[in-house]
Design a protein around this ligand. Structure first.
Ligand SMILES: [Cu+2]
Length: 130
């Protein structure tokens, strides 16, 4: 008698949910120690942010305004809003969705950017800010 056990293991990518607060800085852990910085360059369409797309899905990100006017980053699904970021200032760190995301500047809606998982394309942009 032959029994074939097929076990479907669904791996749900919730690794970030466990949280890793309070780490004392293990030197063996790979990856960046702090949040990933996305620079706000100016009103240049899809070139308004650098890098774009950023390989930062599921990661903590800060937006640094290198332009001379105020910008305000908001995810296209409206789930996150940095508030105003003054020229030269950096936003507080915010966690990007695990699946990646598309975002724009709330004050200059032609400024669009995306976040993707490493080695993947960002999610398809839909809606008013693409
Ligand atoms: Cu702007």
């Amino acid at each position: 008698m032959r029994v074939i056990a097929v076990r479907a293991v669904v791996v749900v990518a919730l690794a970030g949910a466990a949280g890793c607060g309070g780490g004392s800085g293990s030197p063996s852990s790979p990856g960046p120690a702090g949040p990933i910085t996305i620079n706000i360059v100016g009103e240049r369409g899809a070139s308004s942010f650098s890098p774009n797309p950023a390989q930062a899905a599921g990661e903590m990100v800060v937006f640094r305004n290198t332009d001379t006017v105020v910008h305000r980053v908001r995810l296209n699904d409206l789930s996150l809003d940095t508030g105003d970021i003054a020229p030269g200032a950096t936003s507080t760190a915010v966690r990007m969705p695990v699946a990646g995301t598309n975002y724009h500047c709330m004050l200059h809606t032609s400024m669009i950017g995306a976040v993707a998982a490493t080695g993947s394309a960002p999610p398809r942009c839909t809606g008013d800010y693409c």
